[in-house]
Design a protein around this ligand. Structure first.
Ligand code: URA
Length: 237
């Protein structure tokens, strides 16, 4: 989702169904108030979270929402699906239909899933240049060996997308359990990487995104709002 930045005169003209030319006198008369202060500049830019009134009538009053969910397996990371329950269906918040997903998890994957209505925040987390790591715990059908570590780190060529994966860190927890840290999210990336060793992923659980770990008090399907410091610190290096 794009963050909705717009010039104030365009926003007012669209909301009120008036010509943009006719917005100028409203600004001059200080009848438009943005975030508590009268707006006078024709070039003033607002975003989807600016509070805007005209003659004390509220034209926009959106508050940003940031939610973490412990996604259970068997639920689709999408806002709509014809066949299956979606992560949106699991939310009880009144604003759930205004949220979008920040980095999907596959149908059978579980763990930390973020949802928000703040397009700028989600873009900052998903832009590859920002190197936000995602940490997964994986259980495997066959034992995982030291040989995997080097190949995960060197990157693997995916002919379908014509890309080589970025260095991924693999830590062996036990014979059949590994933790993998990625800085990108290609389609079924982890399953395909283990697939190179003909090793099937049995379960895949996302533990953390950047500096934010899944809250251990959330049972599968439960969610909670992020705290202000979690919102800010998630991408802090
Ligand atoms: N890699 C996968 O294969 N699946 C996920 O859900 C996430 C990463």
């Amino acid at each position: 989702m794009q963050s909705k930045r717009a010039r104030l005169d365009r926003f007012i003209s669209e909301q009120m169904g008036i010509n943009r030319r006719d917005v100028r006198p409203l600004l001059a008369q200080k009848r438009i108030v943005v975030d508590g202060s009268p707006a006078t500049d024709i070039n003033h830019v607002i975003d989807e979270f600016s509070h805007v009134t005209l003659d004390d009538q509220v034209l926009q009053d959106n508050t940003p929402s940031y939610v973490m969910m412990n996604k259970p397996p068997g639920v689709v990371s999408a806002t709509k699906d014809e066949q299956h329950r979606t992560v949106i269906d699991l939310l009880e918040r009144p604003d759930r239909h205004h949220l979008h997903i920040v980095g999907r998890l596959d149908f059978n994957s579980s763990g930390l899933l973020l949802l928000t209505n703040d397009g700028r925040w989600s873009r900052q987390l998903t832009t590859p240049e920002n190197n936000i790591t995602k940490l997964y715990r994986v259980t495997l059908k066959k034992p995982v060996t030291e040989a995997y570590i080097q190949e995960f780190f060197e990157g693997m060529y995916f002919p379908f997308e014509d890309i080589t994966t970025r260095p991924a860190k693999l830590h062996i927890v036990s014979d059949h359990v590994a933790e993998v840290s990625l800085m990108e999210g290609r389609y079924h990336q982890i399953k395909r990487m283990f697939g190179r060793f003909d090793n099937e992923v049995l379960t895949l659980h996302r533990i953390a995104i950047g500096n934010l770990s899944l809250d251990p008090s959330l049972s599968p399907g439960q969610s909670r709002a992020l705290t202000g410091s979690e919102v800010i610190n998630i991408s802090r290096v």
